[in-house]
Design a protein around this ligand. Structure first.
Ligand SMILES: Nc1ncnc2c1ncn2[C@@H]1O[C@H](COP(=O)(O)OP(=O)(O)O)[C@@H](O)[C@H]1O
Ligand SMILES: [Mg+2]
Length: 262
């Protein structure tokens, strides 16, 4: 469903700060895949997602989603098919707007200044109730008053309200306390399954990468250096992921944040 063919991206080309963030990278996702992506800081993981989401056009290569070449499709048009959720819960939502206004905007059912119909309200109320985060009682509350976990749960609902084909999760639980992170991860898994969404998830938590991914992709210096298929290789542990990275790259994958996730 997603074919990424040999994409490259250099930031600030022709300057001393030139940085090749994606280097001839190819990746395929099949329908229903849940691919987890790991790699040290600066490996190019977020840049890969931004390329898929269309925040910029790649310098070379092709991105094909469901047989449509989207390499030069603008991000707002891609957004109908691709949901994107980030680490900072605030970045996914408009903090001064209410829960229901945020949902309506995400659903593009109604603009900010039009009325939200009773039907929309009932629909969103039901969706919020399903999250189990008590948000259905607070539909008119500004989002800035919610906890980080509640906000990310709402962000997840917003990112999936249009039933995207592809969901990009960029360390979306990394800023949460362990309890909320666990809850948001459970929700993620449920929402993805119920809506049959193909998912790519960047995480620093290698246990989660192994638990949730049917494939685990390791990135380093703008490239994919290893893909592990859980169907073919059963005995994956955090320890042999770390060892395998070291063998491949001759350096350590692990930084403090990854160790904390152990
Ligand atoms: N908009 C940008 N402008 C310039 N450099 C960038 C930009 N985005 C990312 N980079 C650089 O590209 C490299 C990869 O960054 P990023 O994709 O954010 O890594 P990761 O998400 O794996 O930690 C880093 O060296 C980063 O500084
Ligand atoms: Mg990143």
């Amino acid at each position: 469903m997603l074919k990424i063919e040999r994409i490259s991206k250099t930031f600030d080309p022709n300057s001393i700060n030139a940085k090749k963030a994606l280097d001839d990278l190819s990746l395929n996702a099949q329908d229903g895949d849940f691919i987890t992506i790991i790699g040290a800081n600066g490996a190019g993981k977020s840049t890969l997602f931004n390329a898929i989401g269309g925040s910029f056009f790649v310098d070379s290569g092709r991105i094909v989603l469901d047989d449509q070449d989207i390499t030069y499709v603008k991000s707002n048009l891609r957004a109908k098919k691709i949901g994107h959720l980030f680490q900072d819960p605030l970045s996914s939502t408009a903090p001064d707007m209410s829960i229901i206004e945020n949902l309506a905007l995400a659903g593009m059912n109604k603009g900010l200044f039009s009325r939200i119909s009773t039907n929309d309200r009932t629909y969103f109320q039901q969706k919020l109730k399903e999250l189990g985060m008590d948000l259905e009682q607070r539909m008119d509350t500004p989002v800035r008053l919610l906890s980080g976990g509640q906000r990310q749960a709402l962000g997840l609902l917003m990112a999936t309200v249009n039933k995207p084909q592809l969901l990009l999760l960029d360390e979306h639980t990394a800023a949460l306390d362990p309890g909320s992170a666990e809850k948001v991860m459970e929700l993620t898994s449920r929402v993805v399954e119920e809506n049959h969404i193909t998912c790519l998830m960047i995480t620093h938590d290698m246990k989660k990468a192994i638990e949730y991914g049917n494939k685990i992709v390791m990135m380093d210096q703008g490239k994919i250096i290893q893909t592990i298929d859980k169907n073919r290789q059963k005995d994956i542990t955090v320890e042999n992921l770390i060892r395998s990275f070291r063998t491949n790259q001759g350096k350590d994958l692990v930084n403090d944040r990854m160790l904390l996730g152990l």
